[in-house]
Design a protein around this ligand. Structure first.
Ligand code: S3P
Length: 426
């Protein structure tokens, strides 16, 4: 349990820890490369550790040269895969969905397991398209555990009804191991880290708007440096925007436009935000962000921007509770399928802190107030992003807030508390 109290201000500079989505993909594409490469700045979150363990179980060697530098050697990957291999994805939806695509065209039998939360999350979104490629998958009513028997697949043109980078990446990874051209279209663009990394590693991939095509190909091993995670930066951006007298610089943040919905929305709400030192690194856009507090206004969040800020909606809702006017979030029903039902859980916990917030089928309506009373104990429902969003809400509460099972932040961001307390003045 962690107790958080009202902050007077946030001041200082932090370096944001490595991007989770890019970390997963670096290990997976490194595995497929069949060669040696260095991965610098790999996430310390438990989800990414699970991916690295799976890559090792599939025959790659991963040696930590230093705390932040992994030497990945996949020369012997998949060589001794016989019998059934059990692969534990823990809490990580990205591991389960992406490995399903990666493994479906490989020789071998693979069982993908998840923890209690992951075993309840929908897998039909990947099972159906993979089966239409000819994949052999046993499942528990479209939920984990998934038993995959590798098989020769056929290429498909798949039009996804949802904008999901996990579904897209699953099909693209399956397509890499399949003769012909596999094509994937989505209604709006979702995060494109897989596509960018495949281009960076010289695989056969073409992107045109919301359609991506891959050919059977092997990514070349290439050293990768992973930038900071904008989804982790989001908690500091939100807190910096709303806690009075704040002025912080967040260094080395990923600024891939498929992830920067949080910046667009903060600016629309009136945040005082500046991007410094924009650059590209290993195919990704990177920069530093300076944010100072200002008075925020409510806004509407809907449509194409949703996949660009899907993970940031809980913390946006937290600050909207003290912004002027109403914030309406729509088209976000997939939030109910995350590590927890992020709509109903967030609404119930922010209400305990005094927020005027209402649940809708595909989002929420928040009527901003001058302050939040706090003085309550809240639950994070085993969900790392709910835990950190409630912490940010706690920074704005009149009375201190207790957050139970706060250790769930370790799933993505074990550095959260030390970083926050290094810049917060209470
Ligand atoms: C992710 C994609 C998103 C996001 C998740 C990570 C990824 O999920 O919510 O935290 O790395 O591809 P969906 O693609 O299911 O929206």
């Amino acid at each position: 349990m962690v107790t958080v109290q009202k902050a007077k201000k946030l001041k200082g500079e932090i370096v944001i820890p490595p991007d989770k989505s890019i970390s997963h993909r670096s290990a997976m594409l490194g595995l497929l490369s069949g060669g040696k490469m260095e991965i610098r700045n790999f996430s310390a979150g438990q989800d990414c550790k699970n991916t690295l363990e799976i890559v090792k179980k599939l025959g790659a060697k991963a040696e930590f040269k230093s705390e932040k530098l992994i030497l990945l050697d996949s020369s012997d990957a998949f060589r001794d895969v016989d019998g059934q291999i059990t692969l534990d994805c823990g809490n990580s939806g990205t591991s389960m969905r992406l490995f399903s695509g990666l493994l479906a065209p490989k020789i071998g039998k693979f069982e993908l397991l998840g923890d209690q939360s992951l075993s309840k999350r929908p897998m039909k979104r990947i099972i159906e398209p993979l089966q239409s490629m000819g994949a052999i998958i046993e499942h528990n009513d479209y939920k984990a555990p998934l038993k995959i028997t590798g098989n020769e697949l056929n290429a498909i043109n798949y039009e996804s009804k949802i904008a999901s980078a996990q579904v897209k990446s699953c099909i693209l990874l399956a397509g890499l191991g399949t003769e012909g051209i596999t094509s994937f279209s989505e209604p709006y663009i979702s995060r494109d880290h897989t596509e960018r990394m495949l281009k960076y590693m010289g695989a056969g991939i073409i992107c045109e708007g919301t359609t991506t095509r891959v050919a059977k190909s092997r990514p070349e091993p290439k050293n990768i440096t992973i930038c900071g995670d904008i989804s982790s930066a989001a908690f500091f951006l939100a807190a910096g925007a709303i806690v009075p007298d704040s002025d912080i610089i967040i260094k080395n943040t990923g600024l891939n436009p498929t992830r920067t919905g949080i910046i667009d929305i903060l600016q629309k709400m009136g945040a005082n935000l500046e991007i410094l030192d924009e650059r590209t690194d290993c195919g990704e856009d990177v920069g530093d962000i300076r944010i100072k507090s200002s008075s925020l206004k409510g806004t509407t969040i809907e449509g194409a921007i949703i996949p660009r800020l899907i993970d940031e909606i809980p913390v946006i809702a937290a600050i909207a509770a003290v912004a002027e006017g109403e914030t309406v979030i729509k088209d976000a029903s997939d939030l109910r399928n995350k590590e927890a039902d992020r709509i109903s859980c967030l609404v119930s916990e922010l209400k305990k802190l005094g927020a005027d917030i209402e649940e809708t089928a595909d989002g929420m309506i928040i009527r901003g107030q001058k302050s939040l009373q706090g003085g309550a104990e809240v639950e994070c429902y085993h969900d790392h992003r709910l835990a950190m969003s409630l912490y940010v809400a706690g920074l704005m509460c009149e009375k201190s807030v207790k957050i139970n099972e706060f250790q769930w932040v370790d799933i993505s961001f074990p550095e959260f508390l030390p970083l926050m307390t290094s810049i917060a003045v209470f």
